[in-house]
Write a protein that binds this ligand. Structure first.
Ligand code: THU
Length: 137
């Protein structure tokens, strides 16, 4: 799937974000190698630390449905609709979750970067020298 189309899916996911504390709404659209898209939003909690990021919601939904092979993820995040095309990079914990399932040289992170433009980064660029399952072998 085209990167801008995947970003549009992430924008749809963002509308479902549950953010009564930060009001910062994030949406993610995760594309599997078989062509399926899993959407995720951030889900906050009154106790704060149980908050789940949009990217992890998408990954956990997919993995819990048996998916293990991923091609790319599109991410958007903003408080207001007006800023939804500003770049929102994934947090460190989400990068680590990506590292569990994805080849860092191949897996692409698609970030909004202005209207109808995006920035594409590999997981390796966002998490250089990351710790992965291969380290445990
Ligand atoms: N958030 C995400 O959903 N993904 C990220 O990668 C960064 C942060 C959420 C968590 C929290 O609900 C809000 O954004 C503010 O940190």
């Amino acid at each position: 799937m085209d990167n801008l189309k995947l970003l549009e899916e992430a924008k749809k996911a963002r509308l479902k974000a549950y953010t009564p504390y930060s009001q910062f709404k994030v949406g993610a659209a995760l594309l599997t190698k078989s062509g399926k898209v899993y959407l995720g939003c951030n889900i906050e909690n009154a106790s704060y630390t149980p908050t789940n990021c949009a990217e992890r919601t998408a990954f956990f939904k997919a993995v819990s449905e048996g998916e293990r092979e991923f091609e790319k993820i599109a991410i958007v995040g903003a408080k207001d609709e007006d800023n939804v095309n500003n770049m929102c990079t994934p947090c460190g914990v989400c990068r680590q979750v990506m590292m569990e399932f994805c080849n860092p040289k191949e897996f692409q992170i698609i970030l909004a970067d202005g209207e109808n433009t995006c920035r594409v980064m590999t997981l390796e660029e966002l998490l250089p020298s990351g710790f992965s399952p291969t380290n445990l072998k």
